[in-house]
Design a protein around this ligand. Structure first.
Ligand code: ADP
Length: 267
């Protein structure tokens, strides 16, 4: 999975990253589905252990352009996982109350506690992406945020949080198809927002902002992965693989039972 990892300070040009890549998996969509089911079961076991052990905290950050597949990733990667112990925090346009405070205020309170996996559906990265591209704050303000974010994530990591950050990389043609599918499918129309077309016009600016953010905030303890996401099945597979490998690396175990269980008799 190293191929998708962003090294700290690595210069990123998203035009040179293939969103159609499926190089890690030598199989087709059907085989990919079977493999994903295997990984889902393993993730279910690992999550149960994480919850029972009540020691580790796991934060997963998902960022993407509109229709990039954040919702689908959450649905498929966590399929079958016990909802107890997994939370999703979605970050929308900040409320007036949130805007009155620093941009990490609303984020920090959703970070995972012991035994929890929290998925950020959008995140503090919006404050160096949409905010930069739309010019909501001056350059002097968003530029210094890269350091805030590195420091904030270092704090979380130092205090025992395992952090994984995924940029779901699609191209403009794929986005067009997905928008069109939303328009054409009655039960998907609720997902369509006119504002999404405004952001689509700013595609190049977004890619530049993403490249910069990925390069400046990928660190040893809070790495970014650029996930080829034009193929949904491949996206799910790669993210599941990284997640399972990371959780296995935590060397978790179930807590010791209370003593003298052998003598317990249930009348
Ligand atoms: P999603 O696209 O994640 O499914 P929405 O369609 O409600 O959900 O979009 C959420 C919107 O909130 C996005 O356009 C995103 O850019 C915007 N947003 C999130 N965080 C911020 C922020 N800090 N400042 C400005 N806009 C933000």
């Amino acid at each position: 999975m190293k191929r998708y990892l962003v090294k700290p300070e690595e210069k990123i040009n998203l035009d040179q990253r293939n969103p159609n890549d499926k190089g890690y998996f030598r199989g087709d969509k059907e085989k990919g589905r079977l493999k994903l089911a295997e990984l889902n079961s393993r993730l279910e076991e690992l999550q149960e252990m994480l919850y029972a052990q009540h020691k580790h905290k796991v934060l997963i950050v998902l960022q993407a352009m509109d229709a990039g597949g954040k919702d689908g990733t959450i649905r498929h990667v966590f399929d079958g996982v016990n909802p107890q112990g997994v939370k999703v925090a979605s970050f929308k346009v900040p409320t007036p109350e949130e805007l009155d405070r620093d941009y990490l205020w609303r984020i920090h309170k959703h970070t995972p506690g012991k035994g929890e996996i929290v998925i950020f559906n959008r995140s503090h990265y919006e404050d160096v992406l949409v905010v930069r591209v739309k010019g909501f704050v001056p350059g002097t303000v968003w530029r210094r945020r890269f350091k805030h974010i590195r420091d904030f994530e270092k704090l979380l990591a130092d205090e025992g949080t395992t952090i994984l950050k995924f940029f779901l990389h699609i191209d403009q043609a794929e986005q067009k198809e997905r928008f069109q599918a939303r328009l054409d499918t009655p039960h998907k129309q609720w997902k369509f927002r006119h504002g999404d077309l405004e952001d689509r016009k700013l595609w190049d600016d977004y890619m530049k902002a993403y490249a910069d953010a990925l390069s400046k905030t990928s660190t040893e303890s809070a790495p970014w992965y650029i996930i080829p996401s034009n193929r949904k099945w491949y996206r799910n597979l790669v993210i599941s693989r990284i997640l399972v490998d990371t959780l296995e690396g935590l060397d978790m175990c179930f807590p010791e039972p209370e003593e003298d269980l052998e003598n317990v008799v249930i009348e």
